[in-house]
Write a protein that binds this ligand. Structure first.
Ligand SMILES: [Zn+2]
Ligand SMILES: [Zn+2]
Length: 73
């Protein structure tokens, strides 16, 4: 999955726990939202994998369905 910069839509690199865009020199954090209710998802980290849990009753959301957005740090 490729993360695109919200400012210049160039692919970003994952650096030290956040995304960095070389094109505009911006740092962004990834926000995961439920595709059904739009609420932020809780990240459950286990053994290198991340599961996304909707606390609004939609349960675990597969990564393919998660709506990602990027917020400047
Ligand atoms: Zn950029
Ligand atoms: Zn939900």
């Amino acid at each position: 999955m490729e993360a695109l910069c919200p400012r210049c839509t160039q692919p970003m690199n994952w650096v030290n726990g956040h995304y960095h865009c070389d094109s505009c020199n911006g740092d962004y954090r990834q926000l995961a939202a439920c595709p059904d209710c739009g609420q932020p998802l809780q990240e459950l980290k286990a053994c290198g994998a991340v599961d996304y849990l909707c606390q609004n009753g939609h349960g675990l959301i597969s990564k393919k369905r998660v709506r990602f957005s990027y917020q400047p740090l």
